[in-house]
Design a protein around this ligand. Structure first.
Ligand code: UFG
Length: 328
């Protein structure tokens, strides 16, 4: 079966393409390369196109006899979504509307969607199960939730089956060091900690030392990007086997604080990794840890590379070999 991977030139998408191929699927990447990288999909066919181009989407789906879609293409920076919500609503929601319209016309009725723990906002309880109320606190999370709702409605109306995968914090890279995380402006913790390990630039900040957590820094549930990729393959197989539409958290169920990440990076790299304690970043909850039993129970997902040391070692290999991302 041939699978269309929208956003397959991005960080999680490019790892998923490899996992799908390893599981025996043919993959075609559909990406406008606005933040994805052509180099991340070497060896796989790439259609350079925008989700707003319904004509191109329809031609791709029908000409290439696509059997299912894995949908990553989206803007994904929380702070940017606050600064420019129209950009997020237009691209993320508008793009998905185009995609579903094209799928409906072409009779493609299975989609795995890249959602986010951002749909929960700042939940009162942890671990967060799928039954927790969805109350996003920024436009990025709002667009992910709106798309999940659209997918449910598309199932009721057109029989389109979907799985929404709510990722917690993606980290790590392919162990061969050839693909990994590469954002034009980096805001994520693990790449910034590893940049500090490589450069001693003195610019690493820990946002908040006064959270109600054991060491005062914020706690997140970090998952290896390869484990996330595996979950997409399982979700697709689940839909092909007649599974019903649903949403699933992807996390390990155990959290790591910002300071624990820094310590793990010291252990991996041997570098000192200096940091400065700064104020809390607006909108950051203290603790986000997944209750991820549902993905294990229903999809048979078993994250196997999400130990901190393995994740950071794999990320470090990628960043060391590609200090400028895919640029050079
Ligand atoms: N942090 C620092 N210093 C930095 C960068 C981050 O202390 O320089 C802290 C943050 O304050 C946060 C933690 O490290 O407590 C993780 O921050 P990231 O930016 O790496 O990730 P987030 O938890 O903010 O964001 C992730 C995903 C988003 C998603 C969000 C909520 O990247 O896509 O979780 O689910 F929306």
């Amino acid at each position: 079966m041939t699978i269309l991977v929208t956003g397959g030139a991005g960080y999680i998408g490019s790892h998923c393409v490899r996992a799908l191929a390893a599981a025996g699927y043919d993959c075609v990447v559909y990406d406008n390369l606005s933040s994805g990288h052509r180099e991340a999909v070497y060896g796989f066919p790439l259609v350079a196109g925008d989700l707003s181009d319904v004509k191109k989407l329809k031609a791709t789906l029908s000409d290439l006899k696509i059997g299912g879609v894995v949908h990553f293409a989206a803007h994904s920076l929380v702070a940017e979504s606050v600064a420019d919500p129209l950009k997020y609503y237009e691209n993320n929601i508008g793009g998905t509307v185009s995609l579903l319209a094209a799928m409906r016309t072409c009779g493609v009725d299975k989609i795995v969607f890249s959602s986010s723990a951002a749909v929960y906002g700042a939940p009162g309880r942890t671990p967060i199960t799928e039954a927790a109320p969805a109350k996003p606190v920024n436009p990025y999370g709002e667009t992910k939730l709106a798309i999940e709702r659209l997918l449910r409605a598309a199932d009721t109306a057109y029989g389109m089956k979907s799985v929404a995968l709510r990722y917690f914090n993606a980290a790590g890279a392919a162990p061969d060091g050839n693909i990994g995380e590469a954002h034009a402006v980096e805001t994520h913790l693990v790449p910034l900690v590893l940049r500090e390990a490589r450069t001693n630039g003195g610019s690493l900040k820990v946002f908040g030392g006064d959270y109600p957590t054991p060491d005062g820094s914020a706690v997140r549930d970090y998952v290896h990007v390869l484990d996330l990729a595996d979950a997409h393959v399982l979700a697709l197989q689940y839909l092909i086997n007649g599974g019903k539409s649903g949403c699933f958290n992807l996390g390990t169920g155990s959290g790591a604080s910002v300071l624990e990440i820094i310590q793990a990076a010291r252990d991996v790299t041997g570098a000192d990794i200096a940091y400065e304690l700064a104020g809390r970043r607006a909108g950051d909850p203290a603790v986000l840890v997944a209750g991820a039993d549902k993905a294990k129970r229903v999809l048979g997902w078993r994250p196997s590379r999400s130990g901190l040391f393995t994740m950071i070692r794999d990320a470090y290999r990628w960043h060391s070999r590609h200090p400028d991302g895919f640029g050079k």
